[in-house]
Design a protein around this ligand. Structure first.
Ligand code: SME
Length: 163
């Protein structure tokens, strides 16, 4: 049986995200466990878009992120606020698109294969709970379509988990 998060590669990215978001809203409905929902979010995103690395870093102290549920190669456990792409997105409370990770000052290289990255903060009631981090083996992989739709995914997840 094909996964409900399999989308034919022939469809354009915007359509794939639209279909993803409809199915994703159903997937996370009624589940309140943060680790469980983050785990299925990472798995669904990887299945649908074949991302090289997709996962979460969670705010576990006022100054530090800890590795959360993810799909992909092993990754560093902790990232300080303001460090790397993840720590910067947390500190600045905004989505960061990095077309060339080697040109980002302080980028933390968990895998040499990663060439570009997008990090979306998970925010609820102006409090940052963590970040969604996605890496690609292709340079300049992420654009405004990714930003808009991944921000929607993260907002749906926050509304389900924290309300
Ligand atoms: N590159 C990230 C670190 C996490 S890994 O990509 C999984 C960063 O600079 O924050």
């Amino acid at each position: 049986m094909e996964s409900q998060f399999y989308f034919p590669a022939t469809k354009d990215k915007k359509t794939r995200y639209e279909e993803f978001i409809t199915r994703y809203a159903g997937l996370i409905q009624n589940e309140k466990d943060e680790i469980s929902v983050m785990a299925n979010t990472a798995a669904a995103l990887r299945e649908a878009f074949d991302f090289f690395w997709v996962g979460f870093y969670r705010v576990t102290s006022p100054e530090e992120l800890s590795l959360g549920p993810f799909q992909g190669d092993i990754a560093c456990y902790r990232i300080k606020k303001g460090r790397g792409v993840c720590g910067t997105a947390w500190k600045e409370a905004r989505t960061l698109i990095v077309p060339d990770v080697n040109a980002f000052p302080g980028h933390i290289a968990c895998s040499a294969a990663s060439k570009s990255e997008i990090v979306v903060p998970v925010i609820y009631n102006k409090v940052i709970k963590g970040v969604l981090d996605i890496d690609s083996k292709e340079p300049d992989h992420f654009d405004e379509t990714d930003r808009k739709n991944l921000e929607t995914v993260v907002r749906l997840m926050s509304e389900t988990l924290y309300t």
